[in-house]
Design a protein around this ligand. Structure first.
Ligand SMILES: Cc1cc2nc3c(=O)[nH]c(=O)nc-3n(C[C@H](O)[C@H](O)[C@H](O)COP(=O)(O)O)c2cc1C
Length: 238
């Protein structure tokens, strides 16, 4: 059995945006965590100064250990989904094979992407006390592809985006996903998109050191580990 696949979903689609940087922070935090069973190698260093396991690149020899999980990133921006335009209601399609019933090629393509994964961590900003329309839209396109799969929620916003997390928990529960209890909210008090300093083509928005420090003090890495382990435990039940 191949390793289980968890996708970390980047949800905002504007430019420039903070979401890819936050997603990468979560990917790196989970990938290097010793408790999360991503494939790791011990570097060949003779001195005992550094024996931390480090993640090996995804492009290396295929991992066939069924106890492992692999983490990947799905960026909704690169999916280019238009506003929902299917004439059908996804939940009414045959559960075992909904894809041929979609009328639009972009829905079939999106269905193929999501069918590949066993679980998801949605990383989203708060927009006006909820999730961005881009995330709701991408979720609405499908039903059976999400149904029954474990899901975790990470939000960010000036106070961590708890209202977005509450809305998202409701939406994912409606899709019959198995939402894990821990959700993580990252307050971004100092990190912002500096007005006028970035062009639309620039993606990279750095996380302000003061926010990183605040997250560290609040034990964010431990919370992310709990979220990751809850998803791993849910996957073990499959
Ligand atoms: C349309 C819009 C609405 C927003 N509403 C909220 C809000 O309700 N609460 C909050 O804390 N931040 C809010 N923000 C701030 C965002 O959380 C913050 O700008 C974040 O960096 C946006 O993520 P992004 O850059 O990946 O799009 C809002 C931002 C936008 C663009």
């Amino acid at each position: 059995m191949p390793p289980k696949k968890i996708a970390i979903v980047t949800s905002s689609t504007r430019s420039p945006r903070l979401n890819p940087t936050i997603t990468r922070y979560i990917y790196e935090t989970l990938n290097k965590d010793p408790e999360i069973p991503t494939r790791k190698i011990i570097p060949h260093i003779s001195s005992n100064t550094n024996t931390d396991p480090i993640p090996i690149p995804e492009t290396d020899i295929p991992d066939t250990d069924p106890r492992h999980i692999t983490l990947s990133i799905i960026d909704l921006k690169s999916q280019n989904l238009p506003l929902y335009d299917e004439p059908i209601i996804p939940a009414t399609l045959p559960a075992s094979n909904p894809a041929p019933h979609y009328k639009k090629p972009h829905t079939r393509a999106w269905s193929t992407v999501i069918q590949e994964y066993d679980a998801f961590i949605f990383v989203t900003p708060q927009y006006n006390w909820s999730v961005p329309a881009s995330l709701k839209n991408a979720l609405d396109y499908l039903f059976h592809e999400w149904k029954g799969k474990p899901a975790g929620i990470v939000t960010y916003g000036s106070r961590g985006g708890v209202k977005a997390a509450d809305h998202l928990r409701g939406i994912l529960t409606g899709l019959r996903m198995r939402v894990v209890p821990t959700s993580v909210g990252l307050p971004v008090k100092f990190t912002g998109v500096p007005v006028g300093t970035l062009s639309e083509e620039e993606e990279e928005v750095f996380i302000d050191e003061r926010d990183l420090e605040g997250w560290k003090e609040a034990g964010v890495e431990g919370m992310l580990r709990n979220l990751g382990m809850e998803i791993v435990c849910e996957l073990d039940k499959n």
